[in-house]
Design a binder for this molecule. Structure first.
Ligand code: SF4
Ligand code: SF4
Ligand code: FES
Length: 248
């Protein structure tokens, strides 16, 4: 057992400040355990969102010592003990109270992305044929837990607040899962370029670095989507091929 000091952001959309707390921590405890202990003993009005405590619901996202992380997957033993642990809400979304932000913008963005549109079945029994390697390629994207830590760290949203023009890395992952699906026939490249802001991404990889599911957001989703957009709009041979073949 050891006493650890915390600085936790308290306040609401009108403003706030760090408050100091201390609590006893035992081996194996994660940041969310400490927050719950503080809530139980010192600050029972402290607002914190969580659900699974297993790194799978994506609810407990916050900034711990300035880094976007899941509170339930951050062990206190991995943090420096010579100074207080700071915990603040995600910065890229409107603040509600204490550690809770309003992430509903993300769900509105998701609704606008063109849905899965399967090609007709390959066989008379209504089934399709697919290559395993094509399935494997999109499988990674399906690990996303919608924690929105990648959205939080992306400077296009965090610093430039381009929420109306840029869908963010989470939704490039979602779009990549649809675009690269071996059965999908929809074409989302015009939206990516014109309304979803893929051109704002300068491939800094900050999103990849914070993803708790270790999805290679930049290399496996964003760069291939950028290449598809470039093929669609800037490759004259492919444009002529599409005109005559009718393929995307
Ligand atoms: S790589 Fe692109 S999407 Fe990811 S954080 Fe950087 S600018 Fe944002
Ligand atoms: S891509 Fe990774 S960081 Fe982004 S929302 Fe999904 S799990 Fe979270
Ligand atoms: S509580 Fe579910 S991811 Fe942390």
């Amino acid at each position: 057992m050891a006493i650890v000091n915390f600085q936790i952001w308290r306040g609401d959309s009108a403003g706030g400040k760090y408050e100091s707390y201390s609590t006893e921590v035992a081996e194996g405890m994660v940041v969310l355990d400490a927050v719950h202990q503080i809530q139980a003993t010192e600050a029972n009005d402290l607002a914190v969102r969580w659900n699974c405590k297993a790194g799978k619901c994506g609810s407990c996202s916050a900034e711990i010592n300035g880094m976007p992380k899941l509170m339930c997957m951050t062990r206190l033993s991995d943090l420096p003990v010579d100074k207080p642990v700071t915990i603040q809400p995600m910065k890229a979304f409107p603040h509600i109270k204490d550690l809770v932000t309003d992430v509903s913008w993300n769900f509105r963005v998701k609704k606008k992305i063109k849905k899965f549109k399967p090609r007709p079945p390959d066989a008379a029994d209504g089934t399709w044929r697919m290559f395993q390697e094509d399935i494997d390629r999109v499988q990674e994207f399906r690990k996303c837990i919608e924690c929105f830590l990648c959205q939080d760290v992306c400077h296009v949203l965090r610093e430039h607040h381009l929420h109306d023009e840029f869908i963010g890395p989470r939704f490039f992952v979602y779009t990549a899962a649809l675009e690269m699906h071996p059965l999908d026939m929809e074409d989302r490249r015009e939206d990516l370029k014109k309304t979803e802001g893929i051109g704002f991404c300068n491939i800094t990889k900050c999103c990849t670095n914070v993803c708790p599911e270790e999805i290679k957001i930049t290399d496996n989703a964003i760069i291939p989507l950028k290449e598809r957009v470039a093929d669609r709009f800037y490759d004259p041979l492919k444009r002529i091929f599409r005109m005559f073949s009718g393929k995307k």
